[in-house]
Design a binder for this molecule. Structure first.
Ligand SMILES: CC(C)(COP(=O)(O)OP(=O)(O)OC[C@H]1O[C@@H](n2cnc3c(N)ncnc32)[C@H](O)[C@@H]1OP(=O)(O)O)[C@@H](O)C(=O)NCCC(=O)NCCS
Length: 253
């Protein structure tokens, strides 16, 4: 059964699912943290960091248990070299990624390839205080920079966050996090209405960064009026693609 506290977002015909958990629903979700996660959760100095950690960890445990026959408390994770948690032992063909911002967490999950997700609360005080002049040169590609610079100043923060979540979704799908130079990856400018329609976007990714860039597709969405999210997805090169529904073991029962 799907816990009522978690919500499946509409991803249309995309080959992945996207689940969300809001901070106000945290208490309604049965506790399933590992002893190590419980200790880690007590180390946060700020309440919001504590809550976001709890949201991510509880969400991923409950979501994984919808796709494979293990209870939420039984999942074990090992971080890769760049900090991305991987299932231990691995579950072949199941890939997931997590993000949180403001009062929301998302978990993207697929059985068809690699996946990364990023979320930003564009109304959050810390985001509003970001110095875009400082960030833009290290984040935007030259083509993005040209369209960004032509925007009226009031439109620039929203445009920056859209580029940011797209780029970070790719960095997270690769499992590389901040070690990847995201200014090398270029996305098309936003066409109002098209991004929201869930259409797949393509990025320009140099071969030196990614020997197989052609199968990456990206989508943005707005889980709430304050949040923008992006998912990066790359289908597996070969092999049978199985429907997500065949994996969503318990949700349909
Ligand atoms: C961890 C990282 C990939 C994302 O950090 P973040 O945006 O602060 O945090 P998010 O909430 O989006 O994601 C956190 C989750 O990403 C996952 N993660 C951690 N390292 C990862 C990696 N190398 N690759 C993919 N996913 C990773 C983890 O599941 C983590 O949650 P957990 O610790 O509970 O397991 C970080 O390396 C990063 O890129 N930080 C950028 C922060 C920044 O500069 N923001 C400016 C915004 S304009």
């Amino acid at each position: 059964m799907i816990p009522p506290a978690i919500r499946r977002l509409d991803t249309g015909s995309a080959p992945y699912d996207l689940w969300s958990l809001a901070v106000e629903d945290l208490a309604a979700l049965p506790d399933c943290l590992s002893p190590a996660e419980k200790i880690q959760s007590q180390r946060f100095r700020h309440r919001r960091d504590h809550d976001r950690f709890l949201m991510r960890r509880l969400l991923v445990r409950h979501v994984l248990s919808l796709y494979a026959p293990l209870p939420p408390e039984a999942w074990e994770f090992t971080p890769n070299h760049f900090g991305r948690p991987e299932l231990d032992p691995p579950v072949p063909s199941l890939a997931f990624n997590l993000t949180s911002s403001g009062n929301l967490a998302l978990c993207a999950i697929t059985t068809a390839g690699e996946i990364g997700v990023d979320l930003e609360d564009t109304h959050d005080d810390t985001q509003a205080a970001l110095d875009l002049d400082l960030l833009v040169p290290g984040v935007l590609a030259p083509s993005e920079r040209r369209s960004f610079d032509s925007l009226p100043p009031a439109s620039r923060p929203a445009a920056f966050f859209r580029y940011w979540v797209l780029k970070e979704s790719y960095a997270k799908a690769r499992g590389l996090g901040l070690s990847l130079n995201v200014s090398q990856v270029a996305f098309p400018v936003e066409v109002p209405g098209l991004d929201e329609a869930g259409l797949a976007l393509r990025a320009t990714i140099p071969l030196a960064l990614d020997p197989d860039p052609a199968r990456w597709v990206f989508r943005t969405c707005r889980p709430t009026p304050c949040h923008i999210a992006a998912v990066a997805f790359r289908s597996r090169a070969f092999g049978r693609r199985r429907s997500l529904e065949t994996f969503l073991l318990r949700a349909t029962k």
